[in-house]
Ligand binder design. Structure first.
Ligand code: ADP
Ligand code: MG
Length: 702
């Protein structure tokens, strides 16, 4: 087995004191390549640090019994027995058995697939051993399969339980975690001494030891001293990173844009409807930012269909009126194309040359687009992250809009603003984020919110439907499509398996096709972008009336004629996702419906989610509820959202710590912006501990 230290980034100045934690789990005894893979899967990394940060989920009291006679069948107990006789497996298919006894009777210990002689070594004849395991009855004799062996002198009264993954059991995991903890160094203190004293927080090392050595159930609770300290550390690293990035951006000179110039006027007057008051308000805030010479970094939040895009377009006019270029970037090809379609009539009406650049553009076409961008002939560039790439040079990029849908990170935002001199940035997001979460993702970014929808929209009628009524549903949509209605039919989310997702969607597609022939289409994540676009296009223009889709159908795709949304196995979806999916109907003037089809068993949290969906369409309310539900141990949603995931902190339980970490970070950076004082240096260690090396590269002496 090779012991590979995890790679240190070339430029990293990570303090040596952290090195032990950044070594590979492979350095531990008994951790070979197979375990490395399992650890990677479970922890998302293979460093000792990843083990140390793996929180226990439970504490089980061991049930000690006096004798074999007292050990109840089917229960997990601990007891002391004497080794009587070994019977190695006579055939490969049969287990190795050990007969044991005490004064009350006999019991067998059973081992499958024994290799080598470890069983003999661990259970010498005549020895007393304390073991733990589930008592089974095998042809009238009690037995334990693969018992745990406890320390006979002082057997641990409790067992610490961790989240696991298939193929990895508690025992080796616990052993690895304890071995990793042995490597944990004593770290310099980065906490403010007064705060630490006041909160009675332990040192980092004591806190991390306590995390893995709970003595009582309540030691596992979020509100304990050691857990709050560890949560605070993590929030502090997060907030410090955001504050450093923000400072760096502020240092770059901003520009002063003309607001309300002729292009803006022209675009405004070409709109067939007045802006809503929320749109006007957002635009006013954006104008104030752009008109000042501070760097703008503003978040525009609003539900799908709330009218963000037109606000962004009006803001882009400021850049054009000031003689610079503007860019609009979407997370996917399909959304970039849709933005192009939406904006085309407006841009053409206002006589503004624009180009669209995505990863699909190649060769001559691409070159001519790049030329237009470099020469400044193109005033507006719409595209995917292809806009970021090297080789894309703007003549003068002044303003960038990032339609984020949660899929870009902070660092990519920086990358984009490095494309121009003092680029003002507006980030749009369609998923309403609760304030606390917004803070972890965007720090002190200014926020404008568009609440509600443009006038004339009817609320979506949302109904719950048991799985056994799906057949009926298939019949009913047939009636509807005769009248020109279009239907989204979303198929179940099968956890972690795109292939199974697809199988379910394909099956439903087939069944619907048997009823309605080529009026039914299928779209899924494994299709080529071009094929996906084609199907979406057919759905948009009505060639297809029923679109069966896996969950990967793009957020934000706009088909106003679609008024029915069917979501199968809705109980498996996160709230944010359900809300996004439902947002695709209710976009025209007609009454829309959303059918949430559920199957049993359905858990309490899932029930709450469905009830919430039926009760409200307010994205901000739904987002708060989502956070609340996820706080109770539910993690659906974050993974898809691309939002920061915390390992030690629990965003719902520790929200107040987040606010205090934010203040701490801001105040400290005012005094020591480059982290050079003693506490500053300790804070650098904190940033490295949480792998925020990039933040450090923005410090003067980083
Ligand atoms: P978002 O980008 O927030 O998803 P859009 O900007 O695409 O939303 O707007 C959704 C739809 O509402 C579009 O068809 C747009 O033309 C329309 N719309 C936007 N603003 C208004 C308004 N003030 N009044 C009426 N319709 C509007
Ligand atoms: Mg400005």
């Amino acid at each position: 087995m090779t012991a590979q230290p995890a790679q240190k980034p070339a430029a990293s100045q990570r303090p040596f004191i952290l090195d032990p934690l950044f070594r590979s789990v492979g350095v531990l005894n008994g951790v070979g390549p197979k375990y490395l893979k399992l650890y990677e899967k479970l922890l998302g990394g293979t460093k000792l640090l990843d083990l140390v940060f793996h929180k226990p989920s439970n504490l089980v009291e061991r049930h000690f019994v006096e004798s074999i006679k007292d050990a109840p069948i089917d229960e997990t107990v601990a007891l002391t027995i004497t080794i009587d006789k070994h019977t190695p497996s006579p055939r490969r298919s049969q287990p190795y058995r050990i007969r044991t006894r005490d004064k009350t009777g006999f019991m067998d210990l059973v081992f499958f697939n024994v290799k080598g002689n470890w069983v003999e070594a661990q259970f010498p004849l005549g020895k007393d051993v304390t073991i733990c395991g589930k008592i089974e009855d095998f042809r009238g004799t009690k037995q334990i399969i693969h018992p745990d062996v406890l320390d006979a002198e002082k057997p641990e009264k409790t067992e610490v339980i961790y989240p696991l993954t298939a193929g990895l059991t508690t025992k080796p995991l616990r052993k690895a975690i304890l071995a990793a903890l042995d490597q944990a160094p004593t770290l310099p203190e980065w906490l403010d001494p007064a705060q630490k004293r006041q909160q009675q927080w332990p040192d980092w090392k004591d806190a991390i030891l306590k995390l893995h050595h709970p003595e009582h159930d309540n030691d596992l609770e979020g509100a304990t001293k050691h857990r709050t300290r560890l949560a605070y550390d993590e929030f502090l690293a997060n907030q410090l990173t955001l504050a450093i990035l923000r400072l760096k951006q502020k240092k770059l000179k901003g520009r002063t844009f003309t607001t309300n110039g002729p292009h803006r006027q022209k675009l405004l007057s070409s709109l067939p409807w007045p802006l809503t008051s929320f749109q006007q308000e957002a635009l006013k805030e954006i104008d104030a930012d752009m008109g000042s010479n501070d760097r703008m970094l503003r978040l525009l939040q609003g539900d799908v269909g709330s009218g963000k895009t037109i606000v962004a377009a009006l803001a882009m006019m400021n850049a054009i009126d000031s003689g610079t270029q503007a860019a609009l970037m979407a997370p996917t090809e399909i959304l970039a194309r849709q933005h192009e379609q939406t904006l085309r009539p407006y841009l053409e009406a206002a006589n503004i040359p624009f180009v669209t650049l995505t990863g699909r553009d190649k060769g001559k076409t691409k070159q001519s687009i790049l030329d237009d961008i470099a020469s400044g002939r193109a005033k507006i560039v719409i595209g995917t992250h292809a806009i970021f790439q090297d080789g894309v040079d703007f003549q003068d990029l002044g303003f960038a809009v990032i339609d984020e849908q949660h899929r870009f990170g902070v660092h990519q935002r920086l990358q984009l603003s490095n494309k121009g001199k003092g680029v003002d940035v507006l980030v749009m997001t369609a998923t309403p984020i609760p304030r606390t979460l917004a803070l972890t993702a965007y720090g002190d970014m200014e926020v404008s919110r568009i609440v509600g929808k443009p006038p004339g929209r009817k609320p979506v009628d949302t109904r719950l439907l048991p799985q056994d009524q799906v057949e009926d549903m298939m019949q009913k949509v047939g009636e509807q499509i005769k009248h020109g209605v279009r239907v989204y039919w979303v198929c179940p989310l099968v956890e972690e398996s795109e292939i199974l997702d697809l199988a379910a969607a394909e099956e439903r597609h087939l069944l619907l096709q048997q009823l309605y022939g080529d009026k039914v289409g299928l779209v899924h994540g494994r299709m080529k972008p071009k094929d996906k676009d084609d199907v979406m296009q057919k759905f948009a223009n009505g060639e297809i009336s029923i679109l069966v889709a896996t969950t990967v159908i793009e957020v934000g795709v706009n088909v106003p004629e679609a008024t029915i949304m069917v979501i199968e196995h809705a109980e498996r979806f996160g709230l944010a996702q359900l809300h996004q999916l439902r947002g695709r109907v209710g976009r025209g003037g007609d009454q829309s419906y959303c059918f949430l089809v559920y199957a049993h068993p359905i858990g309490e949290v899932a029930k709450e989610r469905l009830k919430t969906m039926r009760a409200t369409e307010d994205g901000f309310l739904i987002a708060e509820k989502d956070l609340e539900l996820r706080g109770s141990g539910e993690v659906l949603g974050t993974k898809q959202s691309g939002l920061e995931e915390f390992r030690l902190a629990d965003i719902a339980a520790h929200a107040d710590l987040l606010y205090s970490a934010r203040q701490d970070a801001a105040l400290f950076l005012e005094k020591d912006p480059d982290l050079e004082t003693e506490r500053g240096k300790a804070l650098r260690t904190l940033l490295y501990l949480f792998e925020r090396d990039q933040a450090i590269s923005y410090l003067r002496s980083g």
